[in-house]
Design a protein around this ligand. Structure first.
Ligand code: SF4
Ligand code: SF4
Length: 459
């Protein structure tokens, strides 16, 4: 008889008071004993929905967990590496509760197995105990693939194609490999050393990186498929164009786009040039980027950090765990409030003018629309405002490339092969779906790699 009431093994973490002042990783990971104890909770289900329905890259979850049960951690790692090139990253930043763990049979009557924490344990254990390169010498097949963008989709596609023997070059417009992983996710959720280590393993697969090279400026799709001699192109260009609220005052000095704020805080963390210390920071938005921004804002030493969101907590798109962490770290939540202007004096922010809202009818996506309540104008005092109201695709670039896209500028692709309207050019990740998760982008990159391989094997 299975004991469904057996609780999951909690990952140790710093207490909230310590977390407020530190950018070091909040959760410290399982010990070997904890990992084995948690792995033993897996039922090794025949259907394993955690893997088939829950994991976008189809990690063989029961198999790697089984290895952990037997203390065969390196074998567990080798199983994971067959389907993911970033296990230490996914184990940390995947929305497990919605994906693998959300489909775990154990979760029906109790706590699901902590699959993400186990994946993280295996990747960390391997990094600490194994120095050898697990990838054997790969024989090249003479075909060349260009990957545009060194974010999760591009890295996953490149990793799989390189393993299949393709000569892969990643073109990245910035001078940093990793995209959102490198500087967009705060250190306390994803340490940069972890990202660098995963990227080094990709470089071991002899993937070439061309940094500071921009599609549409330095070269075109015609160049790539013509004189540059690539047999196929994968576009993993993300959805990095930050949206604004289009309200007065967004151009003031202390009003930031969330992505710029997160990049700056991440880059300056260990430098002498610290991010300015503000007293009261208001973050506008209710998604996961808003959570990263507010938790980072707390760590910059602000006295008060507020989330200002136009709907109620129920409609917040951020993951529950992130909301709880933010709250525990002292972030205040101001719901049903819509900013109408960023106020300032002499170019500096002094406050956020807002209206109270109430929830009205459902909109086209099924979310209840916030409706302004007349006469409720008020000012939230703040000396810094951070806009975390979403990101969109680079519609100009997509148009320049002559690719078919929808009205939001998202590239249209064949849902199975990821091929765009231009033969030989594939796309995946946020540029196609709009902002989703790291692992969804990786899943698309891997699907495109298979399709590219199938096509080029036929030619
Ligand atoms: Fe779960 Fe993400 Fe790992 Fe898949 S990659 S098993 S979704 S944590
Ligand atoms: Fe194990 Fe849960 Fe997957 Fe079943 S669904 S194999 S219990 S992780």
């Amino acid at each position: 008889m299975i004991n469904f009431t057996r609780k999951r093994t909690q990952m140790p973490e710093q207490n909230a008071e310590l977390r407020r002042t530190s950018f070091t990783e909040s959760q410290t990971g399982y010990t070997e004993e904890m990992a084995i104890c948690e792995a033993m909770r897996c039922l090794k289900c025949r259907e394993h929905p955690c893997m088939t329905r829950g994991c976008p890259v189809h990690n063989h979850i029961p198999a790697f967990i089984d290895c952990i049960c037997e203390g065969r951690f390196e074998d567990a790692y080798n199983i994971l590496r067959k389907t993911t090139c970033l296990p230490a990253v996914c184990g940390r930043v995947c929305p497990h509760e919605e994906q693998c763990e959300g489909n775990c049979v154990r979760g029906i009557k109790g706590d699901s197995v902590s699959i993400g924490a186990l994946e993280r344990f295996v990747a960390d254990w391997h990094r600490e105990h194994c120095t050898d390169n697990v990838d054997h010498e790969i024989e090249k097949n003479g075909r060349r693939v260009a990957v545009i963008g060194a974010g999760p989709a591009g890295l996953a596609a490149a990793g799989d194609l390189a393993t299949l023997g393709y000569d892969v070059t990643i073109f990245e417009k910035t001078d940093v490999i990793g995209g959102v992983l490198a500087y967009g996710i705060p250190e306390f959720r994803l340490p940069k050393a972890i990202v660098s280590n995963e990227i080094r393993k990709l470089q071991d697969r002899k993937v070439n990186f061309e940094l500071g090279k921009t599609l549409g400026a330095d070269f075109s799709l015609d160049d790539l498929q013509g004189n540059m001699g690539f047999d196929a192109v994968f576009l993993g260009i993300g959805a990095g164009v930050a949206q604004t609220m289009d309200i007065p005052g967004e151009d003031l000095n202390d009003c930031y786009l969330a992505q710029d704020f997160l990049n700056t805080v991440n880059l300056r963390q260990n430098s002498e040039l610290q991010f300015p210390k503000y007293r009261r920071i208001a973050i506008v938005g209710g998604g996961n980027v808003a959570m990263d921004a507010c938790r980072s804002a707390v760590r910059t030493g602000a006295e008060k950090v507020m989330i200002v969101y136009r709907r109620s907590e129920t409609e917040m798109p951020a993951y529950e765990g992130e909301i709880n962490e933010a709250r525990a770290e002292g972030v205040e939540f101001v719901f049903l409030t819509r900013p109408t202007e960023v106020l300032g004096t002499d170019g500096r922010v002094t406050g956020l003018k807002c209206l109270k809202t109430k929830l009205g009818e459902d909109d086209s996506r099924g979310y209840r629309k916030p409706v302004d309540i007349p006469g409720t104008e008020h000012v939230i005092e703040a000396d810094c405002v951070i806009m975390a109201v979403g990101n969109g695709s680079d519609a100009d670039l997509v148009e320049k490339c002559g690719l078919k896209c929808d009205r939001k500028g998202r590239i249209e692709v064949d849902p199975v092969t990821c091929e765009t309207s231009r033969r030989g050019v594939y796309a995946g990740g946020d540029a196609v779906t709009g902002p989703l998760t790291v692992i969804s982008a990786m899943g698309a990159g891997r699907r495109a790699a298979v399709a590219i391989h199938n096509r080029l094997s036929e030619d």
